[in-house]
Ligand binder design. Structure first.
Ligand code: UGA
Length: 432
């Protein structure tokens, strides 16, 4: 056994962090104040769909390296390193709500009886480290020492385990040599470059990285509009740009805009931080604006094809914010369904994994059992998430089922020439 670790907060980041550290041979206890969630996890039920996560959890529970608890006290008592991975949801003006981080810091402080390293894993605004430090100082026992560190997580939903185990880099924001040594040892099995910084820089690296990736997406979406207007092909333009190593080919896929619980929330928080610090973040605001415009433009495109949306039947394929996840939080697909409904269209939706999570968001929408049920008698088929199974759907069958063979593809999944040859009126993003 290498290290005793507690991970507080059993959401995406917490569960993946906990199970991966256990897999690396550490003894990990995952804590959450949602006792129903912990009860389910103790029975082997994982509350989120993430490829490979259930198996990894079961394996490590069986091996005695991973356990779950709704009680923070024994977790703090038995661990030297405590990761805080609780939620930091957005408030109305975009700033992150850090109540959970504060409460957890206070509780940890009360339960510590000897040195602990407290590590921020949640995405938090710059300065949170200082606040956690002050809170712990205020509530800890007199003779107990501790360190604070920031170790931002860069995993993506859908490929979370791979991303955790094989990251491009590991960022360790520390304020002491002791903290640096503990974290470097913890991450020793991983080959990725390790960047050791101060706590504030580590906090900022996470915000800056996510915002930069979102900027790449908004950039290519803006280019896609120019492609539409000029007859160029955005896929070719992106390929040509991406071959320049300074630009890189990733995150240049035009579509209906980014979504999920990370980019929109992190951008809003970063904008808020900049303004609080006295800087006007025009560039970040433009990224958000382009993203919002992209969804509206997509709905306009559907409208232009169908004239009136009122009482038209539209099949929407894909509801999650991206493939390989059941997460529908801030999903552009959901926004688009809502916009279509506002215009009076009736929507039939399908998603391979996200139906349950989408249901409460989409009252009044008929959720179908498969693609073919969704497209039956549709005036148009809209592709909103690039699930690989959509690529394999039987297009002939689709064509026979729909009322009109119009496909409006928000994820550029099909070859335009082939679709036209098959007799579809096929419209995609930035491609003629
Ligand atoms: C993102 C980052 O990629 C992770 O590095 C980070 O750790 C995470 O946020 C987080 O802060 O927790 P995630 O939100 O899971 O990860 O998903 P991404 O794969 O980044 O996709 C985000 C959105 O961008 C999706 O809606 C996706 O469809 C869209 N996207 C992505 C595009 O429209 N085009 C692209 O080229 C890439």
């Amino acid at each position: 056994m290498m290290e005793r670790i507690a991970v507080v907060g059993s959401g995406y980041v917490g569960l993946v962090t906990g199970s991966c550290f256990a897999e690396l041979g550490n003894k990990v206890i995952c804590v959450d104040n949602d006792s129903a969630k912990i009860g389910a996890l103790q029975k082997g039920k994982v509350p989120i769909y993430e490829p490979g996560l259930s198996a990894l959890i079961l394996k490590n529970v069986k091996a005695g390296r991973l356990s779950f608890s709704s009680d923070l006290r024994p977790a703090v008592r038995d661990s030297k390193v405590i990761f805080i991975a609780v939620g930091t949801p957005p408030r109305r003006r975009g700033e992150a709500d850090l109540t959970a981080v504060e409460n957890v810091s206070e509780e940890i402080a009360r339960y510590m009886d000897s040195y602990r390293l407290i590590v921020e894993k949640s995405t938090v605004p710059i300065d949170t480290g200082t606040w956690v430090e002050n809170t712990v100082k205020a509530f800890k026992k007199r003779n107990v020492s501790f360190d604070i560190a920031s170790n931002p997580e860069f995993l993506r939903e859908g490929t979370a385990i791979h991303d955790f185990m094989h990251p491009d880099r590991i960022v360790l924001g520390v304020g002491s040599d002791r903290a640096r040594k503990i974290l470097l040892k913890l991450y020793e099995p991983m080959k990725a470059p390790k960047l050791v910084t101060d706590v504030r820089s580590a906090e900022l690296i996470k915000h800056a990285s996510n915002s930069f990736l979102a900027m790449k997406i908004s950039f290519i979406n803006a280019v896609s509009r120019v492609c539409d207007l000029s007859g160029a092909d955005v896929e070719k333009v992106a390929e040509g740009m991406g071959l320049d190593r300074r630009i890189g080919a990733d995150f240049l896929k035009a579509g209906i805009g980014y979504g999920g619980f990370c980019f929109p929330k992190d951008l809003a928080a970063f904008i808020h931080i900049c303004e609080r610090l006295g800087y006007r973040p025009d560039i970040l605001k433009a990224v958000v604006r382009v993203n919002e415009q992209q969804k509206k433009f997509f709905v306009e495109t559907i409208k232009r094809r169908l004239w009136n949306l009122h009482s038209k039947s539209i099949a929407v394929l894909g509801l999650s914010f991206k493939p390989h996840t059941d997460d529908v939080r801030l999903s552009p697909a959901i926004d688009i369904v809502k916009m279509l409904r506002k215009e009076g269209a009736s929507v039939r939706g399908f998603d391979p994994k996200a139906m349950e999570k989408a249901r409460p968001e989409l009252r009044g929408v008929c959720l179908c059992k498969d693609v073919y049920e969704a497209v039956r008698d549709a005036d148009a088929v809209v592709i909103a998430t690039d699930w690989p199974q959509f690529k394999k759907m039987d297009l002939r069958r689709v064509k026979a089922l729909v009322k009109r063979p119009i496909i409006i593809d928000g994820r550029n999944m099909f070859d335009t020439a082939r679709m036209k040859k098959m007799g579809f009126d096929y419209i995609s993003i930035g491609r003629t």
